[in-house]
Design a protein around this ligand. Structure first.
Ligand code: MLT
Length: 243
């Protein structure tokens, strides 16, 4: 299996993805929130690129059938039902709902990846389950797509991608072919593997979320293998992959 790592969605050229399985990573916080929402009973999640797309879609589907979810600058968008903290996505609030989800980097990366043969959403909290799912699919090529932060490199997404490389390497040994960027991700992970929470607290977006009072979100997002749910994209909707 060939394994590549893209540090930013802007590295995608559409034709590149068509035959590949892509794992979209936005540790803080879109991937972690999406995993939590599907684990807590959301029916499905429609990722969109902009607030305008979210509102248009909500009007098409009908206000009473959906929740409008997402953030700008880490805070809930005015007029939306939910922001982007995983703690907002409780079973009572989201059970059996369709969520229209719009975040600054994560939802855009998912939409950009949608030309791929298969798209999954991954982060620390579902890392092991995502990789089990990948191994079962037996793809020839896998791309770990980091969402980044406003078109800049993000440490937490790269460390998470590096951890995925590390675990796949343990499982597949010689049959895994790593790109240069996948090797770089592995090295970055090696430097931070002893304390993922410390790494999150020191990252640019982590520090920003701390300044907004989201300490508990960082702790939550650092808990490796805490939720065995894999969001997979099916005709524009993220649903729970069967385990
Ligand atoms: C994003 O998609 O940019 C993030 O999830 C932002 C956030 O932490 O809310």
């Amino acid at each position: 299996m060939k394994l590549d790592l893209l540090f930013l969605p802007s590295e995608i050229r559409n034709s590149d993805l068509q035959e590949k399985l892509v794992i979209v990573i936005d540790v803080l916080r879109a991937s972690s929130t999406i995993v939590t929402a599907l684990s807590n009973g959301a029916k499905d999640i429609i990722p969109v690129e902009s607030q305008e797309d979210a509102t248009r879609l909500m009007q098409e589907i009908g206000r009473k059938y959906v929740l409008l979810c997402g953030e700008r600058g880490g805070q809930k968008i005015e007029g939306f039902d939910l922001g982007n903290s995983p703690f907002e996505y409780t079973n009572e609030v989201i059970q059996e709902k369709t969520l229209i989800f719009c975040s600054t980097n994560g939802s855009r990366a998912i939409v950009k990846a949608s030309a791929a043969a298969k798209v999954m959403v991954g982060c620390f909290i579902n890392l092991g389950t995502v990789l089990e799912n990948v191994l079962e699919s037996k793809p020839k090529e896998v791309v770990l797509l980091c969402s980044g932060k406003e078109d800049r490199f993000s440490l937490e997404d790269t460390v998470c991608a590096g951890m995925m490389v590390s675990r796949l390497k343990e499982r597949l040994t010689e049959s895994l072919e790593l790109s240069d960027s996948a090797q770089a991700g592995l090295q970055v992970y090696g430097q931070h593997q002893k304390s993922l929470l410390k790494m999150l607290n020191s990252s640019l977006h982590g520090k920003y979320l701390l300044s907004l009072g989201f300490q508990e979100d960082l702790v939550y997002c650092s808990q490796v293998d805490s939720i065995p749910v894999v969001p997979v994209l099916e005709t524009g909707h993220l649903v729970k992959a069967p385990l």
